[in-house]
Design a protein around this ligand. Sequence first.
Ligand SMILES: O=c1ccn([C@@H]2O[C@H](COP(=O)(O)O)[C@@H](O)[C@H]2O)c(=O)[nH]1
Length: 266
Amino acid sequence: MNFIAQLQACSHSRLCVGLDPEPAKLPGAWVGDAGRIYDFCCSIVDATHDLVCAFKPQIAYFAAHRAEEQLERLIAHIHKVAPGVPVILDAKRGDIGSTAEQYAREAFERYQADAVTLSPFMGFDSVEPYLRYEGKGAILLCRTSNKGGDDWQMQRLADVPGQPRLFEHLAFLAETQWNRNGQLGLVVGATYPGEIARVRELAPTLPLLVPGVGAQGGDAAAVVQAAGRAAPLVVNSSRAILYASQGADFAARARAVAEATRAALS
Ligand SMILES: O=c1ccn([C@@H]2O[C@H](COP(=O)(O)O)[C@@H](O)[C@H]2O)c(=O)[nH]1
């Protein structure tokens, strides 16, 4: 099943568990041991996979610790234990076409991800190579959850009719001429529910990946209200779930937080 169909088929949850493993925060005897990243993430996956609509490993947490091979095995594990649950590789890639071809190959062939996050800053020809992978998703940063997103994303484009803000223009392009094969989605931070509603107006059919509930303080109910229920909504929480406990009960506590977050998003 392709990425968008997988999301559309998920009626029981809007929760995406983010897999951002930091060796210093691993539980018990695993603390500080980058060789245990796979074991830790698999424990979280096994404890939560029936509660989620997606998993989102952030590649930096693996690459920084020379754990890319553990990431490959982790994604294979997710596909095995939760075959209907898509994996969104959070890589935020963005480069010229020839390099983008290699990044796309990395995401979809090496890691076997179902979707990848991209920075659209370099324009459509930096996105297009990912769209050659039939059925795979490409999720573009639109209105990010951090304060610094204001520096670019809230600026108005004087040369475009109506002088939209940059994030608004990107949402329009992604809904229309850029979405050639129906593979695009958008990232909009939970910390900006007003902008989630605006993106939903401009891009009513696109899946939204919404990071920022949990550790960043975004309000789950406000996110659901702003996004509406028509198109897929994938709300990510990473640290609040992963590090609910550093004790022997870490997987059970992660599950409890995931259950509460899923309920808040229903
Ligand atoms: O605008 C964005 C885009 C991506 N992220 C990523 O989501 C998670 C959030 O982690 P929490 O621990 O739940 O805060 C992380 O991987 C970020 O790189 C984002 O936060 N905001």
